[in-house]
Design a binder for this molecule. Structure first.
Ligand code: AP5
Length: 204
């Protein structure tokens, strides 16, 4: 199987991964998949749904094997129903891989072209965003400040090492405190450059 051509949107909770992922995914030939959304779509009455509630309400990651299997199954459904066409679409992932173990499991499935790291060292800004979002959306894990703090801690301990795993050639740091449209302009500039380079090499 050909690996999926993939862009990763990476960052701490509240850094804007979903916001930017959705925007890029709305462009033809890009397909957005957010791991958190895949989990939230599961019926919470099922054993898997219960597992998600159990871990996410503590601000912890759901175990790796379950997560990657669920994500991969969801993606295969999207291939089957032709919403994701891997021969022409680039995959835009947010929220996965979330640690080195997941990245290793996914190594044979995705070909990572770039990692857009939405950087926001001032964590208080992220907490503020999530507090506001809690009022707007029905996100249980945004409603409690100690859970938000735990999610940020989980990011520091488990997710951030992925930046070294992918390394400076793939990681593109973007200041996440800029306006959403400015963050998007930086992402799209890089993606467009990659697309043009690919087209030029295909024509050679
Ligand atoms: P997930 O849904 O991935 O949550 P998260 O990482 O905590 O990320 P968020 O959705 O909170 O934030 P975001 O970065 O997408 O920001 P957004 O664009 O919404 O995961 C939830 C849980 O599921 C995890 O805790 C875990 O338990 C489980 N899980 C998921 N994936 C997993 C995995 N791979 N392995 C194991 N477990 C997993 O923006 C936030 C707010 O800020 C919004 O209101 C937005 O409008 C606003 N905003 C965005 N950008 C800007 C900007 N530039 N300026 C001002 N405001 C902005």
């Amino acid at each position: 199987m050909e690996k999926y051509r993939t862009y990763l949107i990476f960052g701490a909770p509240g850094s804007g991964k979903g916001t930017q992922g959705k925007s890029l995914g709305s462009i033809p030939r890009f397909f957005h998949c957010a791991c958190g959304d895949v989990f939230r779509a599961i019926d919470t009455g099922t054993p898997l749904g219960q597992k998600f509630v159990e871990y996410s309400s503590r601000g912890e990651l759901v175990p790796d094997e379950i997560t990657v299997k669920l994500w991969h199954t969801r993606l295969e459904h999207c291939v089957d129903d032709h919403s994701f066409k891997p021969d022409i679409d680039s995959l835009v992932l947010d929220g996965i891989p979330r640690n080195i173990s997941q990245a290793e499991i996914m190594r044979d499935i995705i070909d990572v072209k770039r990692v857009f790291h939405l950087s926001c060292p001032d964590r208080s800004k992220l907490v503020e965003r999530l507090r506001k979002r809690a009022i707007k959306d029905n996100r249980l894990d945004d409603a409690n400040e100690s859970v938000i703090r735990q999610r940020l801690e989980t990011y520091e301990q488990e997710s951030k090492p992925l930046l070294d795993f992918y390394g400076p050639d793939l990681v593109c740091n973007i200041d996440a405190t800029q306006l959403p449209v400015v963050v998007f302009s930086k992402i799209i500039e890089m993606v467009a450059r990659d697309a043009e380079a690919d087209l030029a090499s295909a024509l050679r």
